[in-house]
Design a protein around this ligand. Structure first.
Ligand code: DOR
Length: 447
């Protein structure tokens, strides 16, 4: 493998921005210095653009096996690479569900062959697979996913004694989808009586309500405190839930929280324009909730920013309220959408890197990634902050062929992505031959 020398980059890493060259050798970062010369290296001129660690997305749904008409590991991971996401952690609500270690290993084998980005998988919890959870070996799963509220895929875990067993004995981090299903069911019933099947999409946040989120998140936090669980609460959507979390340094936290790019970007005023395309669980809520989430990312109540990339076909999304599935595809535009918050003067570049690369690496114990450090894998993304990019159907890479950002012009563009030292995206196309690696995880705790 020829060495690569990236010249004239503005490196954004570990809370500092500095002008450097980066030398890549055998897939890893060999040197980071203001001026490097390397006679035999292939030179890439970054032209003063910003070089970031590749993003680590701790929440995606790539639909394989079993729902490949919506997305595949190959297509969705390629879209991730074009968006600057070099590693992903994928969810178990596929078909069959990833709820045994055997199925987990089958998924790793699939990804070995197909994934264009680095990968890890969650084991899904059910009301009766505690033995599988307890049997997990070190490095086998990035976490155990608990749907404490029903969503796509029917994986609700709602028995109190099961939750207690999971929280008291999972050897890997517990990650939760928090929405209280009885509250949602009662709301659904109320609105069905009023509107029949065709409930207006604007009411989605009243059905999947603030109350439903709080009830479930507060239970998760309470269980984690009681049992000393390493808990990561996924996709917060409400101001009210933020009171459950602390703003102390990440390294001191037992309970961490995530927000997703669409909940930071859209609010309930967008239902009128985007309709069911932005229907997701938990629901996109009010503008004041969105502002509170943004502040919480800045203040450290929220540790990680991810996507919850969840593709469905265009046709599926055109149906009436109850039939239409929740979820939207996001990996290709997550970084450029976050950079809009930079352009609005709200997020610094260093903050974006911390929340979307450093923090997920720390939360899940990802080895040798998430930072630009000598000896680490060369997972890198180069962005031009001042090169506008318009999302159009023609440039969307998802298998489903649409994006909730269709027609939107972002100020920034992804110019290149390196995966394990290989130029995987050149600003135009994702290399067909590139393959990701399984993430090495130091997240196991015998209990
Ligand atoms: O909106 C969502 N879509 N939320 C989830 O929890 C699941 C996801 C999906 O898999 O479609």
């Amino acid at each position: 493998m020829t060495d690569t020398l990236i010249k004239n980059a503005r490196l954004v890493n570990e809370d500092v921005i500095r002008e450097v060259d980066v030398l890549i050798r055998n897939g890893r970062i060999e040197r980071v210095d203001p001026e490097i010369s390397a006679a035999n290296a292939a030179v890439y001129d970054a032209k003063g653009n910003h070089l970031l660690p590749g993003l680590i997305d701790d929440q995606v749904h790539f639909r394989e096996p079993g729902a490949t008409h919506k997305g595949e590991i190959a297509t969705e991971s390629a879209a991730a690479i074009a968006g600057g996401i070099t590693s992903f952690m994928e969810m178990p609500n596929v078909n069959p569900t990833t709820t045994t270690r055997t199925r987990l290993h089958e998924k790793y084998r699939l990804a070995d062959r197909k994934s264009r980005a680095n990968f890890a998988f969650y084991l899904g919890a059910t009301n009766d697979n505690i033995d599988e959870i307890r049997a997990l070996k070190a490095g086998e799963a990035c976490g155990v996913k608990v749907f404490m509220g029903a969503s796509t895929g029917n994986m609700l875990v709602d028995r109190p004694e099961t939750l207690e067993k999971i929280f008291s004995s999972s050897p890997v981090p517990v990650v939760t989808h928090c929405e209280d299903t009885p509250t949602i069911n009662a709301n659904e019933q109320r609105f069905r009586e009023k509107f029949g099947e065709d409930v207006p999409i604007e009411l989605h946040p009243e059905i999947r309500s603030v109350e439903a989120c709080y009830k479930s998140s507060s239970l998760a936090v309470e269980l984690a405190r009681r049992y000393g669980t390493r808990l990561h609460v996924l996709h917060l959507t409400t101001q009210r839930e933020l009171a459950l979390f602390e703003g102390k340094p990440l390294g001191q936290k037992q309970i961490t929280a995530e927000a997703c790019v669409h909940h930071l970007y859209f609010d309930d005023t967008h239902y009128a324009v985007k309709g069911g395309l932005i229907k997701c669980n938990p629901a996109i809520k009010s503008a004041s909730d969105r502002e509170a989430l943004i502040r919480a990312v800045v203040d450290g109540l929220i540790d990680v920013v991810a996507t919850d990339h969840a593709p469905h076909t265009w046709e599926e999304k055109q149906q009436t309220y109850f039939k239409m599935p929740s979820g939207l595809p996001l990996v290709q535009h997550a970084l450029v959408s976050l950079l809009e918050h930079y352009h609005r003067g709200i997020f610094s570049l260093e903050l974006i890197v911390r929340k979307s690369a450093h923090a997920p690496a720390e939360v899940f114990g990802v080895a040798d990634r998430g930072f630009i450090r000598e000896g680490y894998w060369a997972d890198l993304v180069l962005v031009d902050l001042n090169r506008p990019f318009t999302v159009k159907r023609e440039n969307v890479l998802y298998k489903c062929g649409w994006s909730p950002f269709d027609g939107e012009t972002f100020h920034s563009s992804v110019m290149a992505t390196w995966l394990n030292g290989v130029l995987a995206y050149n600003g135009h196309t994702v290399s067909d031959s590139v393959r990701g690696q399984r993430l090495q995880l130091d997240n196991y705790q015998a209990r």
